[in-house]
Design a protein around this ligand. Sequence first.
Ligand code: FE2
Length: 162
Amino acid sequence: MNYLGLSNKKLKTVAQSLNVLLSSYTVYYQNLRSFHWHIKGDNFFQLHELFENLYNSAKLNIDEVAERILTLRFKPLGSMSDYLTHSTVEEARDEMSDELMITTLINNHQQLIKNMRKVLKLASEVNDEGTIDLIAGFLGEIEKNTWMLDAWKSKKFNPSIM
Ligand SMILES: [Fe+2]
């Protein structure tokens, strides 16, 4: 039943872009888990907890993205090999300094922001407001988290400007 009142053909590109976002988000989620386990040094307690908060939030958003694809009557990707093929976020190494972990996450966020903007553009072309509403919320959240990571790094590298 076409309960959405939108053309299935038109929604296909939206679903494909959501699958790219789902893939990137999942690789990013695993990067965070790895960082949570492998963080060392002076900032351990702060960053160990921060990474956990970020992956818990990512976990909820990943589920919403997959279920949006199902709501649009398409199939969310489910295997790690599919995620690695379609993700624009790269798998991170596990041996990194805390500063490099933060830089890597900022880069991952830039990819997620790019994926989200693509979804929003395609969804607006086919009047898919349900997808726009969902993803715009995630976009604002990740933009804010990116500002915080960037602020942490700025303080770290430019104490003289404070
Ligand atoms: Fe833990």
